[in-house]
Design a protein around this ligand. Structure first.
Ligand code: NDP
Ligand code: GDR
Length: 373
């Protein structure tokens, strides 16, 4: 990572990026080191943006997901991706960075994004996900850029929480079911409030779950594909999960970052559901992952005692552990993205089976190269 002195400026103080690119396309991404941040950075660099990312200080490297962009000499020194230390809990860092890089678009992806962890870190989650969103909106105003910056907020299908109706669309009432969802609910409304109060171009993307080989290891899809890949290589015998019955509308992250960008390319801002429209249970995801390695799983027992047994061998591959259950669960998510189709011409390209297959292939390869990953 570079210090916050990167990003050259022209004589008017406009950030041009060290590569001297068009000042029209300068993106700032919070959460650039996360799953979505890495795909979005890649996408925007291909579109000739200068991309600035905010990273937080960690005791180990936290830039693994963007290393391939960073290591490219064309995208690193003298290139179009620049990293700056900052934090969503530190207003002054946000003001300094925005003032220096003069972004035309800001993508606010930074968050404590784990729903189960938010029950343990509820106050911190609110600091980052709720007040952090307010901080960055205020930083834009402090820099006098509220009329020029376009702002994307990473809102979430977790806002729907307890099922009121399916499929869920932009009109479906919210009923958040975790400290994470409550914090994101504040983020959602403060974005709308600033849009209405200050005429800012600010959008909420209500994104349903999206996954990829870069998904964090403790989200359920990646936990499953990593574990099944290890079982495939005989590095592991079984793994543990929580609630198998919750249903999610799972898409591919690479499709979803494109929708974020599309939301900021219109004449006027709005909020959009981004989803595939299909829903599958965690159990179905497990079955699809085993199917990818030509094994079948049958389920025995009831509820928390349920175990997944590999057919023909009798060996237990999946155990249920209560510790992975949440105090309050979101049972069923299924999105209706027809507004995004109509107004943005966005549709998902990757199917559920292709998603599972992409993640399985990547994890089989990862575990082959590095059995202790
Ligand atoms: P990740 O957890 O993979 O990435 C989160 C990013 O936020 C990381 O870069 C992380 O940094 C950064 N971050 C966390 N805390 C802070 C902080 N205090 N200050 C600065 N940066 C911080 O999430 P995803 O990429 O999956 O999701 C991106 C966003 O979209 C999140 O806001 C998430 O809540 C939201 N979302 C995600 C969905 C999904 O299915 N993936 C669906 C709907 C919404 P570090 O790398 O150092 O940890
Ligand atoms: P979610 O994703 O809570 O939907 O939030 P996650 O993958 O954590 O859980 C999905 C469902 O799987 C069940 N589950 C387990 N979950 C985890 N993490 N680990 C397990 O062992 C396990 N066993 C069963 C969960 O109970 C849940 O029902 C994600 C995040 O990316 C959020 O930031 C984002 O806002 C939403 O998606 C949309």
């Amino acid at each position: 990572p570079e210090s916050s002195s990167n990003g050259s400026k022209d004589q008017n103080g406009t950030a041009t990026g060290a590569g001297g690119d068009s000042p029209d396309k300068v993106a700032l991404i919070t959460g650039i080191t996360g799953q979505d941040g890495s795909y979005l950075a890649e996408f925007l660099l291909k579109k000739d943006y200068t991309v600035h990312g905010i990273i937080r200080r960690a005791s180990t490297f936290n830039t693994t997901r963007i290393e391939h962009l960073y290591a490219d000499p064309k995208a690193h020194k003298g290139g179009r991706m620049k990293l700056h230390y900052g934090d969503m809990t530190d207003s002054s860092s946000l003001v300094k960075i925005i003032n220096m890089v003069k972004p035309t678009e800001i993508y606010n992806l930074a968050a404590q994004s784990h729903v189960k962890v938010s029950f343990d870190l509820s106050e911190y989650t609110a600091e980052v996900d709720a007040v952090g969103t307010l901080r960055i909106l205020d930083a834009i105003r402090t820099c006098g850029m509220e009329k020029t910056v376009k702002f994307y907020q990473a809102s979430t299908s977790e806002l729907y929480g307890k099922v009121v109706e399916t499929p869920q669309n932009e009109q479906t009432p919210f009923y958040p079911r975790s400290p994470y969802a409550c914090a994101k609910m504040y983020g959602f409304w403060i974005v709308i409030n600033y849009r209405e109060a200050y005429n800012m171009y600010a959008c909420n993307g209500i994104l349903f779950n999206h996954e990829s080989p870069r998904r964090g290891e403790n989200f359920v899809t990646r936990k499953i594909t990593r574990s099944v890949a290890k079982i495939y290589h005989k590095q592991m015998e079984y793994f543990e999960l929580g609630n198998l019955d919750s249903k999610r509308d799972w898409g591919h992250a690479s499709d979803y970052v494109e929708a974020m960008w599309m939301m900021l390319q219109r004449d006027s801002p709005s909020d959009y559901v981004i989803a595939t429209g299909e829903t599958h249970s965690v159990r179905e995801f497990v079955e699809a992952a085993f199917k990818h390695i030509d094994r079948e799983i049958t389920w025995q027992g009831e509820g928390v005692n349920e175990v997944g047994v590999e057919s023909g061998t009798g060996i237990v591959r999946v155990r249920i552990n209560k510790k992975y259950f949440r105090p309050t669960e979101v049972d069923l998510l299924q999105g209706d993205a027809s507004k995004a189709k109509r107004e943005l011409n966005w549709t998902p390209k990757v199917s559920f089976v292709e998603l599972v297959s992409d993640m399985m292939k990547a994890d089989i390869e990862l575990m082959r190269k590095n059995p202790i990953a």
